[in-house]
Ligand binder design. Structure first.
Ligand code: COA
Length: 139
């Protein structure tokens, strides 16, 4: 039985996981966000190894999550879902009214499972199509 733990982590710990998962062919610094030191970051440890990350950014009672990433070797094992469940609970405890993200269009189905819906805001960046997806959290 493999052990999974999720805990809050320092911003810099997210960078290697983001890089290996999302931008392996690009320079390392591309994964650093201007706002990283204003965010709340969570790490998922699989058998004590940091394997997945996600970052939350607060604006009043609205939260955005960014850079949800699970290392390729550990995808499709339910770990991304555990991180999503964790941040949804966290946002509810903080009494957030809404959680949103810029979703890669190819990850849209993943977010539908958690009750996110698409908005009409779409854009293209760094070779990927994105759509803004959101979920109302009130109570
Ligand atoms: C998206 C991501 C975080 C999902 O993590 P994961 O641990 O692989 O997801 P899970 O194993 O919890 O998957 C849960 C369900 O979503 C599905 N799913 C996972 N990734 C998916 C994707 N990209 N598109 C469609 N469905 C997906 C799984 O098949 C699974 O379905 P099931 O419950 O019917 O079996 C991970 O694939 C990842 O890091 N991808 C690269 C980075 C990325 O695209 N991040 C999102 C940017 S918006």
């Amino acid at each position: 039985m493999r052990m999974v733990q999720i805990e809050q982590i320092f911003p810099s710990l997210t960078w290697r996981i983001r890089h290996e998962t999302m931008y392996p062919d690009q320079p390392f610094d591309i994964v650093k966000l201007k706002d990283d030191f204003d965010g709340i970051h969570f790490g998922l440890y699989l058998d004590h190894q940091l394997t997945g990350v996600v970052s939350l950014f607060q604006d009043g009672d609205i939260y955005q999550f960014r850079k949800l990433a699970v290392l390729p070797s550990a995808q499709k094992m339910g770990l991304g879902s555990q991180l999503m469940d964790y941040i949804l609970d966290f946002c509810k405890i903080q009494k957030a009214t809404k959680l949103w993200c810029n979703a890669r269009v190819n990850a849209k189905e993943f977010y539908f499972k958690f009750g996110f819906h698409e908005t009409d805001k779409t854009f293209f960046k760094d070779g990927n199509d994105f759509v803004v997806m959101e979920k109302e959290l009130s109570s």
